[in-house]
Design a protein around this ligand. Structure first.
Ligand code: HEM
Length: 515
């Protein structure tokens, strides 16, 4: 009995100590005189995210609406104070002017995870050096090179591992009409995600890729423990669910490299460029021959694990983002038949001029399609928030407050894109928001689907290209309409980091018999 009482007293003391510790932490923004949202024990301001009701980037975008009128505001992920930017001038400072202080994302790299050392996660000099090496893999010359001579990127054209292990999908899947489902693949159904996976050269099959995106409770718990203190992950020996994915990916990259090197196979894809970085430390110039982009860098050739990590990030960053954009665009076009007709008219005219071929130049000549994609990325930004971390103390603009070193700063992209001050009637789908006149009237830092500054999405041009090529192929052959299962106003999966529609997107495709 005595023992039980002691245990009870000890437990009560622990609970009280934790409570006091949390409440003490919740004074952080108050003491700095920074406007903040009132936190509640123990989740701070992210209960909805913890409970699986709303994703963290969307919780942050809601906070943006509450801070509107101020330059920034503070909130808490459990007890971790984070700053949300509101004023577009301040956003420009964080992303560009004061990049030297905010060059990292504040996401810790797991040193034991070989695939973790990729461009998105690395910080400081490691990031800078890698970014310089990888930038030449995304030139317009390289993009062009990835177009096959017979009419552009298509489902199944992915090459490399995708060609060997992947199943061909898409092409005839929706022939004669059918429903388009985003996220799940069934035979005879056209899948936007399957299409972009095959254009990114590292997939064995769509389902392998899918595992990377499986959002689950374990990932959320991992994230929250990290928010209390990153070291707790090591102390508690919490492994994220990445191990199986990591092994799968590394084996696939090793197989592909070995296959190409042993059989002298070369292909026009990212993997080939990564192999050049492994063997020479730089990629061949767009001019061909022995020219290289930059000097050969013997001191740092990428290791096989380095290239696996980059292939992995190209896949995760390029797969769901572009395929969701195709799906979201088709969803909006189904409900806006006049816009659909106009974009189809443009596609038909440009393809006619190009003898029916979907070439790099043809896609770049589709100016209305460009606006449709831009408006899709406004309404549905695949990355609904950006993050940065301060690496030094920082004077907050128009305030006496100093941001401490190591504070995470979030830029609420979704909130900005849905702010009626910048995009009147934000739920309306209107590509004309991206006419030259309207763009010139807007602050440039309120539209950030690819981020901005030196850390802007490195694959932006490729992402836009594969999205437009996908839409061109689909819209040149099919009319898109809502079907009985279509939901007009989409909601989003709460545990996903990339904006993902709950229940997928379901639409009716019917053959355009007149073309
Ligand atoms: C519609 C398609 C895409 C969207 C909306 C998108 C969006 C983004 C965003 C918002 C960021 C963060 C930028 C920042 O923090 O300022 C990012 C980073 C990145 N993206 Fe993309 N992305 C897309 C396609 C791609 C593709 C196709 C690839 C590669 C093949 C790619 C590779 C990357 C990489 C490696 C980074 C990290 C860059 C760095 O930290 O230096 N993305 N992307």
């Amino acid at each position: 009995m005595g023992c039980l009482t002691e245990l009870f007293v000890a437990l009560s003391l622990v609970v009280v100590a934790v409570y006091v510790w949390f409440y003490h932490s919740y004074n952080y923004w108050y003491k700095k005189d920074v406007p903040y949202l009132e936190p509640s024990f123990p989740f701070g301001n992210v209960y909805k995210s913890f409970a699986g009701k709303q994703s963290l980037p969307l919780v942050i975008s809601d906070a943006y609406r509450q801070f509107k009128g101020k330059a920034f505001g503070g909130m808490y992920i459990l007890i971790q104070p984070i700053l949300v930017t509101v004023d577009p001038d301040f956003i420009r400072d964080v992303l560009v002017k004061d990049f030297a202080i905010f060059h990292d994302r504040g996401i810790k790299v797991d040193e034991k995870e070989p695939l973790g050392k990729h461009l998105f996660l690395l910080g400081g000099n490691k990031w800078r050096r890698l970014r310089v090496k990888l930038t030449p893999t995304f030139t317009s010359g390289k993009m062009k090179m990835m177009f096959p001579d017979d009419g552009g990127l298509r489902p199944g054209d992915g090459a490399g591992a995708a060609g060997r292990g992947g199943r061909r999908a898409g092409g005839g899947a929706a022939r004669g009409g059918g429903a388009l489902r985003h996220r799940r693949h069934r035979q005879r159904r056209l899948s936007a995600s399957r299409w972009t996976a095959s254009a990114t050269p590292t997939t064995r099959s769509g389902s392998g890729g899918r595992r990377v995106f499986q959002a689950n409770a374990a990932a959320t718990i991992n994230f929250l423990i990290r928010a209390i203190h990153p070291k707790l992950l090591t102390i508690l020996r919490v492994r994220n669910n990445a191990t199986a994915v990591s092994e799968y990916f590394r084996a696939m990259v090793r197989d592909t490299v070995e296959h190409r090197e042993q059989n002298n196979v070369t292909r026009n894809d990212f993997m080939q460029l990564l192999i050049q970085l492994k063997n020479k430390g730089c990629v061949d110039s767009d001019k061909g021959g022995s020219h290289t982009e930059g000097e050969e860098d013997d001191a740092w050739r990428l290791s096989i694990d380095d290239i696996a990590a980059q292939a992995f990030v190209f896949f995760i960053a390029g797969f769901e983002t572009s395929s969701s954009t195709v799906s979201f665009a088709l969803h909006e076009l189904a409900f806006n038949p006049d816009i659909q007709a106009r974009v189809q008219e443009e596609i038909d005219a440009v393809l006619k001029e190009n003898k029916g071929e979907v070439t790099y130049e043809a896609v770049n000549n589709m100016h209305y399609l460009d606006k449709v994609v831009a408006e899709t990325l406004r309404k549905y930004p695949p990355a609904p928030a950006l993050s940065r971390e301060s690496n030094a103390e920082y004077q907050l603009p128009g305030s006496g407050a100093i941001l401490d070193k190591g504070t995470q700063v979030f830029i609420p992209v979704y909130g900005l894109h849905h702010d009626p001050e910048y995009f009147p009637d934000p739920e309306r789908f209107d590509p004309e928001r991206f006419s030259e006149e309207q763009k010139a009237q807007r602050h440039p830092y309120v539209y950030l689907p690819f981020g901005e500054g030196p850390r802007i999405c490195i694959g932006m041009r490729f992402g836009l290209l594969q999205t437009k090529v996908g839409l061109t192929h689909i819209l040149s052959k099919y009319n898109i309409e809502p079907c009985e299962k279509t939901v007009r106003h989409l909601s989003f999966v709460p545990r996903a980091f990339v904006l993902t529609p709950t229940g997928g997107i379901q639409l009716k495709l019917s053959s355009r018999k007149n073309v």
